[in-house]
Ligand binder design. Structure first.
Ligand code: DC
Length: 224
């Protein structure tokens, strides 16, 4: 029996992970956050003193890097060479590093099989930037989740300050604009909605309304 795959793509801060996590729990699917994989590769570069935008050096660093996802009680943990880096990958420098390394073709190729393998073995809801367009072009459901850049920066700011980090809203907004630009203008697998995706704009929706909107799309398609 083949697995059911739901692809959720969209820009940084659109609420993909929170919404996808809640929806997958309700559906009994695993939730796969593919951004975490790019973040782990970015952290690996930072730790080794490699500029994340230095394609040659980052590519060479892949030869002895192992990135793994493990699912504990449905929760994803990310491992870099056997070490759990699930928290470290969430810092602002790791976000920028992830955006830089994700533009390197060798990095995308390196992470491609891992993502495909998980999707072929599990009913999953996978989120990222190129899931519906490149990684899972045959996903049964594709959703492109978006919101205005200000709404997304506001949400990210709240998330970081709630975690006790000291950040400036304007910096968060600037970084968001920069990442949007990087993610949608890179040559390889740029962020864009798949032709057969449903676009869901959450600017005016609260979290519960967004989750309900995703679940009703799934119900419509799968009768689930
Ligand atoms: O979703 P996120 O913010 O954790 O993603 C971190 C970076 O990784 C983001 O700037 C773009 C990149 N990314 C990607 O290129 N393709 C994916 N499927 C997921 C993330």
């Amino acid at each position: 029996m083949s697995s059911i795959n739901i692809a959720i793509d969209g820009p940084a801060g659109a609420g993909k992970s929170t919404i996808a996590k809640a929806a997958s729990k309700k559906l009994g699917f695993i939730y796969v956050d593919t951004g975490a994989l790019y973040r782990a590769v970015g952290v690996n570069a930072l730790r080794r003193g490699i500029m994340p935008s230095d394609a040659d050096k980052v590519e060479k660093s892949l030869s002895d890097v192992k990135v793994e996802l493990k699912f504990v009680d449905g929760q994803q943990r990310v491992y870099l060479n056997g070490e759990d880096v699930s928290e470290e990958i969430r810092t602002p420098p790791a976000s920028m590093a992830a955006s830089d390394v994700s533009a390197i073709p060798a990095v995308r190729a390196f992470l491609f099989d891992l993502q495909r393998d998980i999707a072929s073995k599990n009913n999953c809801l996978m989120d990222g930037r190129d899931i519906g367009t490149v990684v899972l072009p045959h996903a049964q459901i594709k959703i492109f989740l978006t919101a205005s850049v200000e709404a997304r920066a506001q949400r990210r700011y709240k998330e970081l300050t709630e975690k006790g980090m000291t950040v400036d809203y304007n910096n968060v907004l600037e970084e968001m604009i920069q990442r949007d630009y990087n993610d949608s203008h890179r040559e390889i697998a740029p962020l864009k909605p798949a032709e057969d995706s449903v676009i869901l704009d959450t600017t005016e929706l609260d979290l519960q309304q967004s989750i309900d909107a995703v679940l009703s799309l799934v119900e419509e398609k799968l009768g689930k």
